[in-house]
Design a protein around this ligand. Structure first.
Ligand SMILES: O=C(O)CCC(=O)C(=O)O
Ligand SMILES: [Fe+2]
Length: 714
């Protein structure tokens, strides 16, 4: 199992400086075991006081020391700036949250990060860490060159439970699989470690009869079976001084035929030599490992992998490796043929549409959201789609054009700051998942079954160890990197929309004819839907084109930005998809995920406890109850458990050529939507009206359609 390691010192900061004195490995281990974790663990007051003393002692010693630089042996075989770069490129680490990646109930990758927990240990070959947490990389004495560095294949030799502060949690011991070479993270000039095949002693618990290894020589043996009353009980009731049993650190699990050779960490090929055509499938947008600098490269743009096209690229990065992809045209039939009707389970619908054929050949389905607005679905057909410059031609043309489609950071697509602090921003959901995965593991130490081979028992060489200024690397954990990319490609025309910075939006005057043809159809649909609703039509001045390769989608979001007009029209091309609409959680549940009552709760139709909520709202509005009472009663009545999401209100089946118009000033405020295409290639062209005071931006949104681009609804 390979490990990825979070780099704590960026290369531009220079090498980590080391203190002069040395200490034996056992001492070093014991001291380093006590460093406080990055995320506070529930500990007793005494424990934390001691932790701080020890760290500060280390700093003093460092400051008196010299500037000696400890060099690492080599370079990581693969690295990345963001977690998504890793997960996109490495098959064994498809895991955006939590520490351990797994497949078919096997751990395939492990992330060691700053969230180490107490009693962690790292040597050249053995790591001991919290399950799903990680090991503080200040335990290594080398400069970690990148934010995420792949280490090597490791073997999980033991999993057991310990008491950590107030709670019990899993711990894991990992061993480098190939002991014939030294890892790149070892110190240059250090000798290979000598090993034993002698595991620490194991003892049977007098109370529960379960055998547990002796992991610590101090405070001694304890039962590691969590259900046993003797679990984690030592002679000293509150032991503070822990020292690993030397055999627990020194033994190496025998390598035998039962331990398969996992092969290379990744296939690294120069795609410029291969030069195969892409077919917009899942493979086409996987990340690759740069054959020149070994960074995981994401597919950011529609038609290339480009090492330099990285929102989190550091100033020290110079690699320019680029693969320009030729994409084979996907024939429309291949994405339309063989689509099975969706099942009723796939089509959750709580509102019946009003269907009419006044706009033949379209069938028009209108879904009313009382008090909020309407959603109008213009269902297309083969005769509409096959017309000259119609959807069939557009699907083919859009593939041939160089539209400049690219994936943007998710934050910007949600109208937020794109810069996120990955090291700190672990969502609560991930923590919950961690806790769950910890609970699912066995309670007693498990040993990987393997054939034992006899090796000479030797005492490990006492490694020269030097102190590190721990705070210098900790400070680096706050390094801000840019975040996750959207799971679709986008390009903006006209007035800039929230996805893009102003310069990224292209003027309609520079847009290809196909974009204006689409704009003609979208204007037609907008005008129709808006006038049906009895409102005034406002022509769009912005168009966002999205492109979806196989397995791409757009998650739940609203389109609203402060300057967005009330109407949004989308034309679907290519693969069929489902568009889901649901109420936003705070309006559906009436409380935030922290159970804070939603201010100005509109009590929308079909929200949870609709009647009761409406009645106490009326009491409050009629001044019969105070705001305080209103909030208290809502709090008592409305509880949102965990990460529960509102049910889907509507599912629209969007076929090639269909148009959908969402209309209503509050629709984007109260509802959100997502689109999930079937397998295959899809485009979505969405037109909106964006208010702006910026002359240059407004100019970009001006357009004049040629006669043949003005759509007549046929
Ligand atoms: O792909 C689609 O049909 C919808 C796109 C969308 O929601 C958007 O552009 O905001
Ligand atoms: Fe949207």
């Amino acid at each position: 199992m390979p490990l990825t390691l979070l780099g704590s010192v960026s290369p531009s900061e220079g090498s980590k400086r080391l203190a002069p004195e040395t200490e034996p490995i056992a001492m070093r281990t014991r001291k380093r075991m006590k460093e406080p974790s990055e995320t506070p663990q529930p500990t007793t007051a005494d424990d934390s006081a001691q932790d701080i003393d020890e760290v500060e002692e280390g700093i003093d010693e460092f400051e008196e020391g010299t500037d000696e630089v400890q060099r690492r042996r080599g370079e990581p075989p693969i690295w990345a700036n963001t977690r998504q770069q890793i997960t996109d490129a490495l098959e064994w680490y498809r895991c955006m949250q939590g520490g351990a990646a797994h497949k078919e109930k096997k751990c395939t990758g492990f992330l060691l990060d700053g969230d180490n927990g107490d009693r962690s240990f790292m040597s050249d070959e053995v790591f001991i860490t919290r399950m799903g947490g990680g090991s503080n990389n200040t335990l290594l004495r080398i400069e970690i060159p990148h934010r995420y560095c792949v280490m090597d294949w490791f073997l999980i030799t033991d999993v057991w439970m310990e008491k950590m502060g107030k709670y019990a949690g899993y711990r894991v011991r990992l061993e480098k699989l190939d002991l014939s070479t030294q890892g790149w993270w070892t110190e240059q000039g250090s000798l290979p470690l000598r090993h034993s095949n002698q595991p620490p002693p194991s003892r049977k618990c007098g109370q529960c009869g379960t055998s547990s290894l002796q992991i610590y020589v101090r405070p001694g043996w304890t039962c590691l079976e969590k259900s046993c009353p003797k679990f984690w009980k030592f002679r000293d009731t509150e032991p503070k001084d822990f020292e690993f049993h030397p055999d627990f650190l020194d033994y190496r699990h025998p390598r035998g035929p039962d331990i398969p050779n996992p092969g290379p960490l990744a296939e690294i090929v120069d795609r410029n030599i291969e030069l195969l055509e892409g077919i917009a499938d899942r493979e086409e947008w996987r990340g690759i490992v740069c054959p020149e600098c070994r960074k995981c490269i994401q597919r950011v743009t529609w038609d290339s992998w480009d090492c330099a096209n990285d929102f989190s690229r550091g100033p020290q990065e110079t690699c320019c490796y680029k693969v320009l992809r030729k994409l084979r045209e996907i024939p429309l039939e291949s994405v339309l043929d063989g689509a099975k009707p969706y099942t009723s389970r796939q089509m959750e619908n709580k509102i019946e549409p009003v269907v009419d054929d006044s706009l033949k050949p379209y069938e028009v389905r209108t879904y009313q959201l009382p008090g909020v607005g309407s959603i109008t679905h213009f269902v297309s057909n083969a005769s509409i789609n096959g017309r000259e410059n119609g959807p069939d031609d557009m699907f083919s043309q859009l593939q041939k054009l160089d539209l400049g489609l690219r994936r943007y950071p998710l934050g910007s697509a949600q109208g937020e700051d794109v810069i996120v602090d990955e090291a700190k921003a672990e969502p609560a959901k991930a923590k919950l998942a961690k806790a769950k995965s910890a609970r699912a593991k066995p309670a007693t130490p498990t040993r990987v079954k393997a054939k034992r081979v006899k090796v000479q028992l030797v005492k490990p060489k006492l490694e020269k160890a030097k102190k590190v200024k721990s705070s210098s690397s900790k400070r680096q954990y706050g390094t801000r990197v840019k975040g996750t990319l959207t799971c679709h490609f986008a390009v903006n025309y006209g007035v800039p929309y929230k996805y893009v910075v102003s310069v990224d939006s292209k003027a309609f005057s520079d847009a290809p004819a196909e974009i204006l043809t689409a704009l003609g159809r979208l204007s037609w649909a907008t005008e129709n839907a808006v006038t049906r609703a009895g409102d005034q039509y406002q022509p769009p001045n912005e168009l966002l084109a999205l492109g979806y390769f196989e397995d791409m989608k757009i998650g739940f979001h609203d389109d609203g930005e402060s300057a967005l007009g009330p109407t949004i029209a989308t034309l679907s091309l290519g693969t069929r998809s489902r568009m889901y609409i649901r109420m936003k959680a705070k309006y559906y549940f009436g409380v935030s995920n922290l159970n804070v009552p939603t201010p100005g709760d509109p009590v929308l139709p079909r929200c949870i406890k609709e009647e009761q909520r409406r009645s106490i709202k009326e009491e409050f509005e009629a001044d019969r109850i105070t705001k305080d009472v209103y909030n208290k009663r809502r709090k008592a009545m409305l509880q949102r458990s965990g990460n529960k999401q509102p049910p889907k209100l509507l599912t629209l089946e969007l076929k090639h050529g269909d148009l959908v118009v969402m209309h209503g000033a509050k629709l984007q405020k109260y509802y959100e939507h997502s689109v999930e295409p079937d397998k295959g290639l899809r485009f979505a062209l969405t037109a909106r009206y964006i208010e702006s005071k910026d002359e240059a931006d407004l100019l970009k949104g001006e357009f004049k359609l040629q006669d043949h681009q003005i759509y007549d609804g046929q």
